[in-house]
Design a protein around this ligand. Structure first.
Ligand code: FES
Length: 82
């Protein structure tokens, strides 16, 4: 299942990278370009990282640490421009 539609990143890719030690969204973005479009995939990607991380835990990094940071205007029903 695609998690990031903008950049064609699926849940299996994220799970694999998490098992390989990727533990923060910043690193995930560097490795896959996930979240570099509309950004509405970040919460789900973080959840998958948390579930499959092989390390001590997910470090959300300094950019996307919580819902308020991800969606500062409130809500996550962001509609990407088409
Ligand atoms: S769905 Fe990931 S950047 Fe748009």
């Amino acid at each position: 299942m695609y998690v990031c539609i903008c950049n064609r990143v699926n849940d299996r890719q994220i799970q694999k990278l998490a098992r390989q030690g990727v533990s923060c969204l910043d690193e995930l973005q560097e490795r896959t370009s996930l979240g570099k479009g509309c950004g509405c995939c970040m919460l789900e990607a973080e959840q998958i990282l948390e579930e499959h991380c092989s390390g001590p835990g997910v470090n959300s990094g300094n950019q996307h640490s919580n819902r308020e940071t991800l969606f500062p205007m409130g809500g996550s029903n962001f509609e990407p421009a088409v």
